[in-house]
Write a new protein. Structure first.
Length: 558
């Protein structure tokens, strides 16, 4: 498992985009150097004019100052562009890995991760990794370098004032850091409350038709109010931390400006410094405040960014299903053998209680049983959507746990009741944007399943646009798209989970016709509540309370 510690994660992605990171570093360093050097040129200009040494010196100084300011503006624009470009690439890579981790999780962990919470992690929390280290390495480190450069330049003119500014700056930074350390747990709680609120809100929106039909609007409103109150209670302490940083910053700014103006007045009155140095003291006092304000602002941003890192860390440290290195045969039906399989969902109560099942290559077996008896759980274990510790499952004489994920997904087809359509064309829905399938191959698959006549109803063929969530096709037609997907993959084992439930008779016959074509020459394990849906099986097995009982063929009980 890769190291998911924050700094190791950052360096991993930084190495991937090292060319852009180096460019960003160069631009930031140049911009910081110009920030320090620009006031020096204007100070020389003031001393030249005040000293009456001619026009060439002042003109050269003012040109240098204008050149430095123009260069700094250009650098600032380039820096903003580089920041957006690098940050987007960096964060998108991180998001892809988080999503990949989510897709590799054991299904037992998914119920605790709502889609709303995952969207919060992918959109908001994922930004924390680049944001935190950009602030740390560029903003804070850059502000520190700018501060040191300003103090060094000021020390060459007024050493005492430089020492005073240095002391106030150190005191301010340590104060900001202390406030930040106290704030991180509060920001983590705020992020969790936001994720919980987003999850609840999405559930209410997704289930709004059912809530309205049941007259449960009051319930939804009550739950929303409770979630909003909880989010407010968790967010307020975190938001208050920024107010603490602002108060500390205001005190620091007052000390800095007061000490700078007082010392400049005393030195000017005694004739120890020139007018240009007075300007320099005033300008550098303001410039010293700017990096410290950056510290204040970025300390607040770092708290929320760090909270995002912590939440992503918690998620990335969830154990995933570890793929093996073995592969299944590329062609032909797969033999399935299940021995003494036991499984629980974490409460130590077995859902499967010693299941034994053998299906020879090309065999077809159906399982019937009441809801909750363990039928779907058995199929999910064979498809390796869940992991198990007791018992064995072999596919084609290979332990399912040792098989490479890509090989397993290409040779084992798992079709469930719920089919996910994508917002795109029928071609996109069937191929899931895999450009490796030609239109001819898709149309051949449609013909193989006997669906050519049905497919002619779509006026634009494969280019017909579908909506997400079965918007303009029925649930039965969505199942047909799923079957076309499966036949394109040429699986050796087909797992069918109640795919004909809640369908009208005509659609059910059409699906069963397509299923029989799909399963020709392949091993099949199907589950259903009704015997009619399994009448084309070689044998039917009854399951009760996680145990396989009688086995029947068309003539009766075996």
């Amino acid at each position: 498992m890769k190291d998911n510690k924050p700094f190791a994660l950052f360096m991993r992605y930084a190495y991937r985009h090292r060319r852009f990171i180096f460019g960003l570093s160069f631009v930031y360093a140049a911009s910081t150097a110009l920030l320090v050097l620009a006031p020096q040129t204007l100070s020389r200009f003031i001393d030249s004019v005040h000293g009456g040494i001619g026009w060439l010196g002042p003109m050269l100084a003012i040109l240098l100052y204008l050149g430095a300011m123009l260069a700094q503006s250009v650098m600032a624009a380039v820096l903003d562009y580089q920041l957006v470009s690098v940050g987007q690439r960096f964060t998108d890579d991180y998001r892809r890995d988080i999503l990949s981790h989510f897709l590799s999780l054991d299904s037992r962990r998914l119920p605790g991760l709502t889609s709303g919470e995952m969207l919060t992690r992918l959109y908001e929390d994922a930004q924390g990794l680049f944001k935190y280290y950009y602030i740390l390495f560029y903003k804070l480190a850059g502000s520190a370098l700018a501060l040191l450069g300003i103090l060094a330049a000021l020390f060459m003119r007024v050493g005492l004032l430089s020492a005073v500014f240095l002391g106030v700056s150190i005191l301010a930074v340590f104060g900001f850091k202390r406030i930040q350390d106290r704030g991180i747990p509060k920001y983590v709680r705020r992020a969790k409350a936001n994720a919980a609120f987003n999850g609840l809100l999405k559930e209410i929106l997704d289930n709004s038709p059912a809530l309205r039909s049941l007259g449960a609007e009051t319930y939804a409103d009550t739950q929303n109010r409770i979630a909003m109150k909880r989010r407010y209670n968790e967010s307020f302490p975190a938001n208050l931390m920024y107010a603490n940083l602002w108060c500390a910053s205001t005190i620091m700014e007052g000390m800095m400006i007061a000490s700078g103006l007082l010392l400049a007045l005393l030195l000017w009155d005694s004739g120890s410094i020139s007018l240009g140095v007075v300007y320099l003291i005033y300008t550098y006092a303001d410039l010293v405040i700017t990096p410290l304000q950056d510290f204040r602002n970025h300390m607040g941003n770092m708290q929320s960014a760090r909270a995002g890192i912590v939440r992503c860390q918690e998620f990335l440290n969830l154990p995933v299903t570890t793929p093996g290195n073995d592969t299944l045969p590329d062609t032909g039906a797969l033999e399935l053998e299940v021995k003494d399989l036991r499984f629980s969902y974490g409460d130590n109560t077995d859902v499967l209680k010693g299941v034994n099942l053998t299906i020879p290559a090309g065999g077809r077996v159906g399982i019937m049983g009441e809801t909750g008896c363990g039928k779907s759980t058995l199929l999910s274990l064979i498809a390796r959507l869940n992991t198990f510790d007791r018992g064995t499952i072999h596919l084609g004489n290979r332990d399912v746990g040792s098989v490479n994920t890509r090989s397993l997904r290409s040779r084992v087809a798992y079709c469930t009741q719920r089919v996910q359509l994508v917002h795109g064309t029928i071609r996109d829905t069937i191929t899931l944007f895999d450009e490796g399938y030609s239109d001819k191959k898709i149309l051949d698959a449609i013909g193989l399943l006997g669906l050519s006549e049905w497919f002619e109803k779509f006026p634009h063929g494969l280019d017909t646009v579908l909506e997400m969530g079965e918007g303009n096709v029925s649930s039965g037609e969505a199942q047909l798209f799923a079957l076309i997907r499966l036949v394109l993959r040429d699986p050796g084992l087909v797992l069918l989970d109640e795919i004909t439930s809640n369908l009208d008779a005509v659609t059910e016959r059409r699906i069963l016709q397509a299923v029989r074509a799909l399963c020709e020459g392949r091993t099949v394990l199907a589950i259903a509540h009704r015997t009619q849906a399994l009448e084309w099986m070689d044998r039917i097995i009854r399951m009760e309370d996680g145990v396989l009982l009688t086995q029947e063929n068309k003539e009766g009980i075996i």
